[in-house]
Design a protein around this ligand. Structure first.
Ligand code: GN1
Ligand code: MG
Length: 401
């Protein structure tokens, strides 16, 4: 009935229809989300819910409560069950990593409520709540008066981002990595990602292969790249570390006033991994002169100034604890993580968009094309990136590779 009503409206007034849908959906959502929130130990009275529409995977809401006359915000999140199959392991990872980081922040005289996320328990004392549909929900402190940038406004900001992720790496350098679960096995195993793409091309469930031949050929031509770091791990040439694994710029919260990074968020994929994954993924997202889903590919390029700024920030906080190989391969990792992400978007497009959230039918393909255009530009600028890295390493750490 509701749909019929919407359809009639849609024919006449498309824009109004979209607005109505949004309002209706929101109203339905709001009471549901309130019910979920009731399962957590939150003092005070409920005030409001605001959806935070970022991220391609989880659903995120800010919920405000009034406690002793003051508005206190929290972050409520539904963990995407299609992506994270084991909420218990995922939440155990997050609780142990955030407790560890929290202790370090307190020891350094920092503000633990602002500098790290921490998990608020349910009224039953568990780390998360499972709703009637089987989806897991968790509640965090909300880092207020802060923002997470989607674009780099200045090299200084990107230097700070590099410093922040390097610092995160450092804070966890003595965390026992074997205590962490591998919540998404082979997450950055690029050889596996390549094999997944091949399998999806073979199956071609949505009959899309012919329409994306150039993208498939682009990926197939770079098969060898996908094995490089995987083989280095096997040969013991790169150390396993505790890594974030999703180091997009918008996973750093910056303070509204100081404009400095305060907190690293989105800890779902904290797992044992390579420092190179974290560095490369940051460059993929932040040093691109265009958005991740830009359709005008002439806007896509690797900004060398931004590459340099991030590299310098990162080496300033993490450089001395990295091995020579971990520094030498920074340009390669930038290319590889971009290639990996492009392969993942392409695979999902071929599979019928079953993994990443999309806003329109071609979204995954657009994202894939942007990533591959960036890979091509990195290949052109590769020597310059090597020079920038070597110079920064020498100047900041006094070392060569
Ligand atoms: C996903 O949901 P979001 O935007 O934080 C994805 C990352 C990708 C990213 C691409 C668990 O992260 O690996 O790099 O999209 N997260 C997962 O934008 O797959
Ligand atoms: Mg994420």
């Amino acid at each position: 009935m509701l749909d019929y009503f919407f359809d009639i409206l849609y024919n006449k007034h498309a824009v109004i229809c979209i607005l109505y849908r949004k309002v209706a959906l929101f109203l339905l959502n709001e009471s549901y989300i309130r019910e979920i929130a009731d399962h957590f130990l939150i003092p005070g009275t409920f005030d409001s819910i605001t959806e935070i529409p970022t991220g391609h995977i989880n659903s995120t809401y800010r919920i405000d409560y009034i406690i002793s006359g003051e508005r206190v915000p929290y972050l409520l999140q539904m963990i995407n069950p299609n992506v994270f199959k084991n909420a218990d392991h995922l939440m155990a990872n997050i609780v142990s990593v955030t407790s560890f980081v929290r202790d370090k922040i307190i020891a350094k005289g920092g503000d633990p409520d602002r500098e790290t996320l921490f998990v608020k328990p349910t009224s039953k004392g568990t780390n998360y709540y499972v709703d009637n549909n089987g989806a897991a929900w968790r509640l965090y402190n909300y880092i207020d008066n802060a923002y997470s940038p989607n674009t780099v406004e200045s090299p200084e900001l990107f230097f700070d981002a590099g410093y922040a992720f390097g610092n995160f790496q450092n804070m966890l350098s003595d965390f026992p990595a074997d205590k962490l679960y591998e919540t998404i096995p082979n997450f950055h195993n690029t050889a596996k990602r390549y094999a997944n793409l091949c399998a999806s091309v073979e199956l071609d469930v949505k009959c899309r292969v012919e329409s994306v031949r150039p993208e498939i050929d682009f990926a197939f031509a770079r098969k060898e790249d996908s094995f490089v770091l995987v083989n280095m791990i096997k040969e013991g040439q790169l150390p396993l570390r505790v890594t974030h694994n999703d180091t997009k710029l918008n996973n750093i919260m910056f303070d509204n006033v100081t404009k400095k990074p305060i907190c690293i968020v989105d800890l779902d994929t904290v797992m044992p991994g390579l420092s190179l994954y974290d560095f490369g993924d940051s460059i993929r997202f932040g040093a691109n002169t265009a958005a991740e889903d830009e359709t005008d590919l002439s806007k896509v390029s690797l900004d060398l100034n931004l590459y340099e700024a991030f590299t310098r920030g990162y080496l300033t906080s993490a450089g001395n604890s990295l091995t020579e190989n971990e520094v030498k391969y920074l340009p390669f990792a930038s290319k590889l993580m971009t290639f990996e992400c492009g392969m993942r978007f392409l695979t999902d497009y071929l599979d019928g968009d079953v993994y990443f959230g999309i806003a329109h039918a071609q979204h995954n393909l657009d994202r894939c094309r942007t990533q591959f255009a960036l890979v091509a530009d990195i290949e052109k600028k590769y020597e310059q990136m090597m020079d920038i890295t070597a110079k920064a390493y020498l100047e900041i750490c006094g070392k060569t590779f």
